[in-house]
Design a protein. Structure first.
Lengths: 114, 115
């Protein structure tokens, strides 16, 4: 059973607020990912990290930013939330020593920006 | 570039019916193939995987065979239950990008099983 956590699970916030979505994993995985999931359920990779102090932008352009100061922690920040940011955000991690490319997902954060 | 295409949903079945969800892929390398499942209100869980041609992945009564000749990885189950209602994602990882661990996902197929 994978141990990856996301908080909060649900967030309703007004336009212009700064928010941080938390993601933590206790498995010591080097690689971590953030996905945005649209209402049609399709997943879009928005950020990933190879390890500490490594961050890369994903396939879908996003106004969010991420940081990776510790192996277990990969927070995502929106400096000024807008209604277009309303979505489900999924965090994942992987470790190639546990089998090729298997990603383990957190439960997600459902963000609504009013 | 690499891509994954799944059959469109929703797929609606009666309990104990046979399930097939089609998945085809395009890749220039030798990908690993995966099926993930997402239950309502949850994140994705790995359902099964296959890493080379002719491999069969299986779990919880679900099966999928890696068919290189047809570039397919169709998901099957002989008898579905109401508890199988979820969204199913097919995905691939190209070994050329294996250092990143990145996956390419299909668009997801919603399965609804009625009692």
């Amino acid at each position: 059973e994978a141990d990856i956590y996301q908080t909060p699970r649900y967030l309703v916030i007004g336009t212009g607020k700064k928010i941080t979505l938390e993601c933590s994993q206790t498995m010591g995985h080097d690689k971590m990912y953030w996905y945005q999931q649209d209402p049609g359920m399709e997943l879009h990779l928005i950020h990933y990290s190879y390890g500490v102090n490594s961050t890369e932008k994903g396939d879908l352009s996003s106004e969010s930013t991420v940081s990776r100061i510790r192996t277990e922690h990969f927070p995502l920040t929106l400096e000024s939330a807008r209604p277009s940011h309303t979505s489900q955000y999924l965090c994942a991690s992987s470790d190639l020593t546990r089998g090729p490319d298997t990603q383990y997902f957190g439960p997600g954060t459902r963000l609504t920006v009013l | 570039g690499d891509s994954v295409t799944q059959m469109e949903g929703p797929v609606t079945l009666s309990e104990e019916a046979f399930l097939t969800i089609n998945c085809t892929y395009t890749a220039t390398g030798y990908p690993s193939l995966f099926w993930y499942v997402q239950y309502p209100g949850e994140g994705l869980q790995l359902l099964l995987k296959a890493t080379k041609a002719d491999d069969k992945g299986s779990n919880k009564g679900f099966e999928a065979t890696y068919r290189k000749e047809t570039t397919s990885f169709h998901l099957e189950k002989g008898s579905v239950q109401v508890s199988d209602s979820a969204v199913y994602f097919c995905a691939l990882s190209d070994r050329r990008s294996s250092n990143t661990g990145k996956l390419i996902f299909g668009q997801g197929t919603t399965l609804q099983v009625k009692p």
